[in-house]
Design a protein around this ligand. Structure first.
Ligand code: FAD
Length: 443
C-alpha cells in the first residue's frame, strides 16, 4: 500500500464528481490520505464536457435556498457539517431568485485546483475497471459510471443493478435573446431583482408551439431505452413527453405563467418559458425544465418558435443520457456501506439519491464515515428525522416495491399522525432542526 507523508493510503475514492469530491474533502480535512481515481478526460461520460472535478452537467442551480424547503433544509445541515460543496457554491453564487445557482466553471475549477494540488491526495487519472482489493473504497462514479466498471459492479453486487434514462435542457447565449419581446422578472416579483428572463406566449402562439413540439422528430430509442424511460422521474421528463399528456400540461408545468406580468401588455401571458442565468458573466441562460429528446435540428427549429428566441444561439442542445443506480434498499446500510462487505461504500447518484446537493450530501456522509472507520470509531447513522438521515433511511429501507433515486423532499419523512399540509411541513422542519442539533452536538 502506498504512503503519503508517511501515512498509508487506506481509502480509495472512485469518481471526482459531486459526491467523490466532497468525500475526499471530508477525509483530507481530517488528515487522512486518499487515493482519488477519475477517468475524465481520458475516458468521457458523454455528458461531461470538461476535465474538471465536480462538473455540473446540466442545470447550474443546486436547488432552493429557502429554509422552509426540503432542499434548503438539506443545505442548512450540509453547511453545519462543513460541506465543501456548499462552501464553494456560495462563493460562486449567481443571481437566481430563491434558488442557489452557481457559475459552473468557477465552481469546478476551484474544487479541482484544491483537491488535485492537495498533499494528501494521490490523484490517478485512469478509468477504474474494478474495485480495489484492499482498504476502504468509496464508489462515487455517478449516473454515467463507465460500462466497464458497471460490469464489474454487476459481478460484485449480483444482478441488482438498475438503469434508466433521463434528459437535459438546452443552453443559449444571452446576446441572442430578443429582449424586445422577452422580459426580466421573478414569479410574484420574489426578489424584486428580476433574475429570470421570461418568454411570453399568447394562446395562439402556445397552441402552435405545442403542435410543432408534438410533431417534431425525436431521437430513436431502442426497446431497452423505451422500457427504461418508463422509470422517468416526473420532475425530469422531456418537454415533448409532458406535452403528450395533454394540451395544457406544459402550461401547468414548466411553462406556467403564474406570478408573471408581461410589461408590454400589463397582463399575465397565456404561457411562458423561463430562462435562468447560467454563469457569473450572465452570458449564458438555460431553458428551465426544457429537457428534451428531440433531434438537434428539430430543437433549434421548434424552440426558435418561442417568442424572444427567434434568433437564439444554442450553446448546448438537450440530450438523453443514461442514469445508473444500484438497488440500495437491498444492498446498502444507512452508513452507505455494503451490507455484505462493509469495506465498500457507495455515494452520489449511483447510491440512489437524485440531484447535485443530494449527491454531495451522500459524499459527505461516506467521507465522514470512512474517516471514523480509519480512526477506529463506529460509522454513524444519521437520525432519520433529519434531512440527510431521512434520505439515507429512504435509500436503505428494504421495503420498497419499485425503488428509484430520490431527491430531498418532505414526502419521505414520517410526521405525527393526522398532520397535513403546512402544519405537517412545519412540524417536520422543527423536528429535523432539533434532531440535527442534538446529533451535531454529539459529534
Ligand atoms: C446529463 C445529466 C444531467 C443532470 N442534470 C441534473 C440537474 O440539472 N440538476 C441536478 O440536481 N442533478 C442533475 N443530474 C443528476 C445528478 O445530480 C448529477 O449527475 C450529479 O453530478 C451526480 O453526482 P455524482 O457525484 O453521483 O456523479 P458525477 O458528478 O457524475 O461524478 C461521477 C464521476 O465519476 C467519474 N467516473 C465514472 N466512471 C468512472 C470510472 N470507471 N473510473 C473513474 N472515474 C469514473 C465520472 O467521470 C465523474 O467525474 C443530472 C445527471 C445527468 C447524467
Amino acid at each position: 500500500m502506498n504512503k503519503i507523508n508517511n501515512k498509508a493510503i487506506s481509502v480509495t475514492v472512485i469518481g471526482a464528481g459531486l459526491a467523490g469530491a466532497e468525500a475526499v474533502y471530508q477525509l483530507i480535512r481530517r488528515q487522512i490520505p486518499v487515493r482519488l481515481i477519475e477517468m475524465r478526460p481520458k475516458v468521457n461520460t458523454g455528458a461531461h464536457t470538461s476535465d474538471q472535478f465536480a462538473e455540473l452537467v446540466c442545470s447550474n442551480s443546486v436547488g432552493s435556498n429557502l429554509p422552509d424547503r426540503a432542499s434548503g433544509l438539506l443545505k442548512e445541515e450540509l453547511r453545519m457539517l462543513g460541506s465543501y460543496f456548499m462552501e464553494v457554491a456560495y462563493k460562486y453564487r449567481v443571481p437566481a431568485g430563491n434558488a442557489l445557482a452557481v457559475d459552473r466553471g468557477a465552481f469546478s475549477r476551484e474544487i479541482t485546483r484544491y483537491l488535485r494540488g492537495h498533499s494528501l491526495v494521490d490523484f490517478i487519472n485512469e478509468e477504474a475497471v474494478e474495485i480495489p482489493e484492499d482498504g476502504l473504497v468509496i464508489v462515487a462514479t455517478g449516473p454515467l459510471t463507465s460500462p466497464a466498471l458497471l460490469k464489474q459492479l454487476q459481478n460484485v453486487l449480483g444482478k441488482k443493478q438498475l438503469e434508466f434514462y433521463d434528459a437535459v435542457a438546452p443552453l443559449l447565449s444571452t446576446d441572442s435573446i430578443n429582449m424586445n419581446v422577452a422580459f426580466k422578472a421573478d414569479r410574484y416579483a420574489e426578489t424584486g431583482k428580476g433574475d429570470y428572463i421570461n418568454c411570453p406566449m399568447n394562446k395562439e402562439q402556445y397552441l402552435d408551439f405545442i403542435k410543432a413540439l408534438l410533431e417534431a422528430e425525436r431521437i430513436d430509442l431502442s426497446e431497452m431505452e423505451i422500457s427504461a424511460r418508463k422509470k422517468f422521474f416526473s420532475a425530469c421528463q422531456p418537454v415533448e413527453i409532458i406535452a403528450e399528456s395533454g394540451v395544457d400540461s406544459l402550461r401547468f408545468g414548466p411553462m406556467k405563467p403564474v406570478g408573471l406580468t408581461d410589461p408590454k401588455t400589463g397582463k399575465r401571458p397565456y404561457a411562458a418559458v423561463q430562462l435562468r442565468q447560467d454563469n457569473l458573466l450572465a452570458s449564458l441562460y438555460n431553458m428551465v425544465g426544457f429537457q428534451t429528446n428531440l433531434k438537434h435540428a428539430e430543437q433549434q427549429r421548434v424552440f426558435r418558435m418561442i417568442p424572444g428566441l427567434e434568433n437564439a444561439e444554442f450553446i448546448r442542445l438537450g440530450q438523453m443520457h443514461r442514469n445508473s443506480y444500484i438497488n440500495s434498499p437491498e444492498l446498502l446500510g444507512p452508513t452507505l456501506q455494503l451490507r455484505n462487505n462493509s469495506r465498500i461504500m457507495f455515494a452520489g447518484q449511483l447510491c440512489g439519491v437524485e440531484g447535485y446537493t443530494e449527491s454531495a450530501a451522500t459524499g459527505l456522509v461516506a467521507g465522514f464515515n470512512a474517516a471514523r472507520i480509519i480512526q477506529g470509531k463506529e460509522p454513524l447513522v444519521f437520525p432519520p428525522q433529519t434531512m440527510i438521515g431521512c434520505l439515507l433511511n429512504y435509500i436503505s429501507f428494504a421495503g420498497h416495491k419499485d425503488f428509484h433515486p430520490m431527491n430531498a423532499n418532505f414526502g419521505i419523512f414520517t410526521a405525527e399522525e393526522g398532520t397535513k399540509g403546512d402544519v405537517r411541513k412545519e412540524q417536520i422542519i422543527r423536528q429535523a432542526r432539533r434532531c440535527f442539533r442534538e446529533f451535531f452536538d454529539q459529534l
